[in-house]
Write a protein that binds this ligand. Structure first.
Ligand SMILES: Cc1cc2nc3c(=O)[nH]c(=O)nc-3n(C[C@H](O)[C@H](O)[C@H](O)COP(=O)(O)OP(=O)(O)OC[C@H]3O[C@@H](n4cnc5c(N)ncnc54)[C@H](O)[C@@H]3O)c2cc1C
Ligand SMILES: Cc1cc2nc3c(=O)[nH]c(=O)nc-3n(C[C@H](O)[C@H](O)[C@H](O)COP(=O)(O)O)c2cc1C
Length: 447
């Protein structure tokens, strides 16, 4: 009897202490994971390279999933990572988007230039790559692919094959989650679904550029159908799911602040090659009326918020619909009583394209804008774009930057953003511009 009961007792006691020990270990590890996620060393680094926040969102969730399994994991922006840390890190998961034409996002520009230009020994490193992209671009997932190739060439060992994600494809994200569950030893796949769309209605729509040589640009004000305006910050984005293409939402920079009581967008009507209007801009500018429901959700765009730059002088640079994001930032600062603001803005003709003219002139006249410089490219004998204003004002630009100014650029990627970047480099030097980008003093919302 004894012989049979004792082993059972011991077995039970051992099992109980095993459970107890596992619980303690679990608590200790999850405490450790929490502490480490606050900034200490971590077993796992989850490195994100993000422009508009999707990769960052997924990195936070990835780190949380690893922590669920008791692993110490920390999500970090690639701008804060150097080669030494990478070489010393044991296990790293990278989540990277691609911008421009196959380029690294702004936060990764320095890493792509400096670190990936070198030849460190990464033979201790085990890694995985989740590459975010869009197959409609020629260089699909260009940066994620380049990073993957570089890591392998430097001797790092892939934990699994790189996963490419086309416009947030759920199957690809499920494959990533599957790997995470395996690494973390958990079976439950956490819910990573994007927030649901809300129902909004258009309360006002105004054509801002009648008679323009360019495509029509509308200022569209929206209110939630249920009456409660959700919170957002200047710099954030709105995603619209249009009836013609509901699975591929389009992003719009929010032009207003919540204190104004409505959400405003500046939407350029796009025309496709066959002459039909763009799926989302056509719906917003031409089709939807007060009786229709616009499916919309807000997206925090941390990289373009004022954040640490709230009290610095601000140099806001943009063109066309890019005035949307700049207007929200300037309104937030003016409301907060911060008046060291300089707006440089470009469009085609002053007669038709001086967007939000009365408001901008009032801001200038009351001193809310310390400087307002405008470039109307079709007005003079010589074509002048917003980047040419920077060339002419290089001395003032250097002065403002020496006084601690932050630079925010919003609008066209083609033509404007590259030209502005070159003008900043010419005035400030490439090292200064790179450093400002890495430190978040030079931020862009360009598309
Ligand atoms: C971060 C961010 C912020 C943005 N902010 C703004 C903003 O504030 N204001 C603004 O106006 N826009 C903004 N955009 C652009 C916006 O998201 C949309 O891309 C734009 O409105 C065009 O979408 P659409 O559905 O109207 O056009 P689409 O239907 O997507 O067409 C756009 C273009 O794609 C091509 N195309 C696509 N499908 C076809 C097809 N079947 N046949 C032929 N050609 C095709 C054409 O060249 C066409 O001109 C922003 C984009 C990003 C990424
Ligand atoms: C202006 C712009 C340029 C882009 N260029 C590319 C590209 O060259 N290749 C690609 O695969 N995806 C490209 N994309 C798609 C993004 O990589 C994709 O939307 C990604 O999910 C964004 O993630 P993020 O929010 O973390 O920056 C581009 C998107 C924008 C808005």
């Amino acid at each position: 009897m004894m012989l049979t009961i004792e082993p059972l007792r011991w077995g039970g006691a051992l099992a109980l202490s095993g459970v107890y020990l596992a619980m303690c270990l679990g608590i200790w590890r999850s405490r450790l994971a929490r502490v480490q996620s606050a900034g200490g060393p971590a077993d796992w680094l989850v490195v994100y390279a993000s422009q508009t926040g999707s990769a960052e969102f997924l990195a936070e969730r990835t780190a949380a999933t690893l922590a669920l399994g008791g692993l110490a994991a920390r999500a970090v922006c690639i701008s804060s990572l150097d080669v030494g840390q990478l070489a010393a890190a044991g296990r790293v998961l990278f989540i990277c988007s691609t911008y421009g034409e196959g380029d690294a996002p702004d936060t990764a520009a320095r890493f792509a230039g400096h670190a990936m230009g070198g030849a460190p020994d990464l033979s201790r490193l085990h890694y995985g790559v989740l590459a975010l992209g869009d197959t409609s671009y020629a260089n699909y997932c260009g940066f994620g692919r380049a990073l993957d190739v570089w890591l392998a060439q430097r001797g790092a060992t892939p934990l699994f094959e790189r996963i490419d994600v086309d416009r947030g494809a759920p199957e690809a994200l499920a494959a990533w989650q599957h790997h995470l569950s395996h690494l973390a030893g958990t079976s439950d796949a956490p819910d990573w679904e994007a927030p649901a769309y809300g129902e909004w209605r258009i309360v006002a729509r105004k054509l801002l550029n009648p008679g323009s040589l360019g495509s029509p640009l509308y200022r569209i004000a929206l209110a939630p159908c249920d009456g409660a305006l959700p919170p957002w910050e200047a710099g954030d984005l709105a995603q619209v799911s249009a009836p013609l293409d509901p699975d591929h939402p389009r992003e719009y920079s929010i032009a207003s602040v919540p204190a104004e009581g409505r959400l405003e967008l500046l939407v350029r009507l796009q025309q496709r090659e066959d002459g039909t209007p763009g799926a989302a801009s056509g719906w917003l500018c031409l089709c939807a009326d007060a009786g229709d429901t616009v499916r919309l959700r807000l997206r925090a765009h941390a990289r373009f918020r004022l954040g640490d730059n709230a009290t610095r002088p601000l140099i806001a640079i943009g063109n066309g619909s890019g005035l949307a994001g700049l207007r929200a930032l300037l309104t937030a600062r003016i409301d907060a009583g911060v008046h060291r603001n300089w707006l440089l803005f470009g469009e085609r003709n002053a007669a038709h394209d001086f967007l939000c003219r009365s408001e901008l002139e009032e801001w200038r006249d009351t001193g809310a804008l310390a400087r307002l410089d405008l470039a109307f490219s079709r007005d003079g004998a010589k074509t002048r774009y917003v980047q040419h204003l920077l060339d002419n004002q290089a001395a003032q630009l250097r002065e403002w930057v020496a006084d601690g100014a932050a630079i925010y650029v919003c609008g066209s990627l083609q033509g404007m953003a590259g030209g502005v970047h070159d003008a900043l480099v010419a005035a400030l030097g490439v090292e200064k511009v790179d450093a400002m980008m890495a430190d978040g003093r030079y931020r862009r919302d360009v598309y």
